[in-house]
Design a protein around this ligand. Structure first.
Ligand SMILES: O=P(O)(O)OC[C@H]1O[C@H](O[C@H]2O[C@H](CO)[C@@H](O)[C@H](O)[C@H]2O)[C@H](O)[C@@H](O)[C@@H]1O
Length: 255
């Protein structure tokens, strides 16, 4: 059991139960289904992960979606195409189970930010720019000494453009405003086969807090993956290994 001491309260986060009533599973990718790697492209498909996702999708009658900061193309690449329902770029892209896909309209200022990030990266070895169409990430995992400068640049550009800042694990992102993982989860829950189910969101990052809140508001709950911290999640799992083991148990457990 983890005990997190906040200012005037003690938060205890147990592992989630595996016996669930009509669950709908919403799953984050990096840090939850896949361990963090030095660069985004170093994360690839893994047979165990694809197998459990395919089995769960069938077991839950399609009530499973991946909600990621990555693009839909990246979600498909890493999951081996196991998630028919998916949302990419922090809620800005959403694909329903029947394949119909919605994408946010992207402000032109985002192209200027891509150019400014690329200019910044040109003289700083290790800095990576990830252009995701509706959002752009400035990764400093390979150049942590550039973190302050990168933060100053992202903050200035956010102010100038009205784009939203989405901080993550050693990445700064500027994204199109108007959607997040919470709005994506809520939209899925209004459609078959999700309607009438209990949403459960597994996530590790700040972007996942929106979906923890949305799942809770709809009668479900969030599961924080990783070290305990202040969170809207109700339960916690240690790491990707614990997540895969829990998902396999849920898949094998007859409701
Ligand atoms: O919402 P997620 O599925 O967790 O995606 C969040 C971001 O994940 C990726 O970046 C992170 O993972 C990389 C690979 O492990 C790591 O190198 C990087 O430092 C992390 O920030 C992805 O590249 C981003 O687009 C996602 O927003």
């Amino acid at each position: 059991m983890t005990m997190l001491h906040a200012a005037d309260q003690t938060i205890e986060l147990e592992p989630p139960p595996a016996q669930l009533v009509r669950p709908a599973l919403f799953l984050d990718m990096d840090g939850v289904l896949a361990p963090l790697a030095p660069t985004p492209s170093q994360v690839g498909p893994v047979a165990r992960r694809t197998a459990v996702l395919e089995a769960l999708d069938q077991r839950l009658g399609g009530r499973m979606a991946i909600l990621s900061g990555r693009t839909l193309e990246e979600i498909d690449r890493i999951s081996g195409g196991a998630a028919r329902s998916a949302s990419g770029v922090h809620g800005l892209e959403r694909r329903r189970r029947d394949g119909e896909t919605e994408r946010a309209r992207v402000p032109e200022s985002l192209r200027n930010v891509v150019t400014a990030f690329e200019e910044f990266a040109r003289t700083r070895p290790g800095i990576l720019v990830e252009d995701k169409g509706a959002s752009v990430g400035l990764h400093y995992r390979q150049a942590p000494e550039s973190r302050e400068e990168a933060t100053a640049l992202a903050t200035r550009l956010a102010g100038e453009t009205g784009l939203m800042q989405q901080p993550g694990h050693m990445v700064l992102e500027l994204k199109t405003p108007g959607a997040d993982k919470g709005t994506a989860l809520t939209a899925f829950m209004t459609e078959p086969p999700f309607t009438g189910s209990v949403p459960i969101m597994l996530g590790d990052d700040l972007t996942d807090e929106f979906a923890f809140e949305a799942a809770t508001a709809l009668g479900g709950f969030g599961v924080l993956v990783g070290p305990a911290r202040q969170t809207a999640a109700r339960y916690r799992l240690d790491d990707v290994e614990a997540v895969l083991t829990w998902l396999e148990t849920v898949e094998e457990t007859k409701a």
